[in-house]
Write a protein that binds this ligand. Structure first.
Ligand code: NDP
Length: 282
């Protein structure tokens, strides 16, 4: 079987061109405030990349790098300032936060109308009751990637491994809304291999290299690998044994170059959505 490698970078560039056109038509420049607490090297790389892509499409990205000893109260107070700042459209808090800060409380402090990551309970609630507003970026990225190889999703058996608030749970809702039959697996799932073998589309968002081997996957499946794992030799890999899937599955996303570039792009799409709504309301 010929396996199609789903090119997330190419799709991201296509989406970014559309975003750039939308931004050019606006009479104000969308602004994204990015908050980074501390100096975790991986987070610094992610933030730098997000800001570079933002600039490329004409979005102003302001970085606020706060000390690693910032208290939860101070961080929340800072977010409230950004909520009230008329110049700021989207707000993004780079995760993970240092251990002394409750990330859920911090996310909840973001004005849901400026929630570029779509992670506040208000926005997740909208998604779950069928009135989506700002939708989390990685699930939207996965859906866009799947649609490049499978435009009609109705009736497909989808298995999602992972049930985080960031990826697994909202993705499950997006795929239910596409009339898929969704199974959500997690660390307590019994016989993960058997569950995964039922999938027409298998999405893996766990964070464990080589968790999914060829024997977990029936021939012809579409695989979306969300995982990002840095090996001891510094190589970045996903959760799926990529090489072994070639010739066995119908399509697969690579890591890097699959879900990652599209996730960043969806963040910018959300920022433009916020800015357009604010422009209309002003
Ligand atoms: P979390 O750690 O929040 O969630 C991981 C999920 O995996 C949990 O639901 C957990 O189950 C499940 N899990 C853990 N071990 C197993 C196992 N052995 N079998 C089955 N399920 C298991 O991670 P995130 O959702 O935030 O991220 C997942 C991965 O995706 C990470 O590698 C992260 O770096 C990557 N990521 C990539 C992005 C991108 O842009 N490409 C964006 C966001 C994340 P339980 O709930 O039972 O604990």
């Amino acid at each position: 079987m010929e396996t199609q490698i789903i090119d997330g970078k190419a799709l991201a560039i296509e989406y970014q061109e559309k975003i750039k056109t939308q931004v050019a038509k606006m009479n104000r420049t969308p602004t994204l405030a990015v908050i980074l607490v501390g100096n975790d090297p991986a987070s610094e790389i992610y933030v730098r990349h997000k800001r570079q892509v933002a600039e490329r499409v004409g979005i102003i990205s302001e970085l606020f790098q706060l000390s690693p000893i910032t208290t939860e109260e101070a961080l929340i107070a800072f977010i409230q300032e950004l909520n009230a700042n008329d110049k700021v459209d989207g707000i993004l808090v780079q995760l993970p936060l240092p251990k002394h800060i409750n990330a859920d409380a911090v996310i909840e402090a973001i004005d849901p109308n400026k929630d570029a990551d779509g992670l506040t309970s208000a926005n997740l609630g909208h998604l779950f009751v069928g009135t989506p507003n700002l939708v989390p970026c990685t699930p939207m990225a996965c859906l866009a990637l799947i649609k490049t190889v499978c435009p009609i999703l109705q009736g497909k058996n989808v298995v999602i491994v992972g049930r985080s608030k960031l990826v697994g749970k909202p993705l499950s809702q997006l795929l239910l809304d596409e009339n898929c039959t969704v199974t959500q697996a997690h660390s307590k799932t019994v016989n993960l291999k058997k569950v995964c073998r039922e999938a027409d589309i298998l999405i893996v968002a766990v964070g464990k290299p080589n968790l999914i081997t060829k024997s977990f996957v029936k021939k012809g499946t579409i695989i979306i690998d969300v995982g990002i794992n840095r090996l001891k030799n510094k190589k970045i890999v996903g959760d799926v044994e990529f090489d072994k899937m070639i010739g066995h599955v119908s399509a697969i996303t690579p890591v890097p170059g699959g879900v990652g570039p599209m996730t960043v792009t969806m963040l910018l799409q959300n920022t433009v959505q916020i800015a357009q709504k604010r422009q209309k309301n002003n």
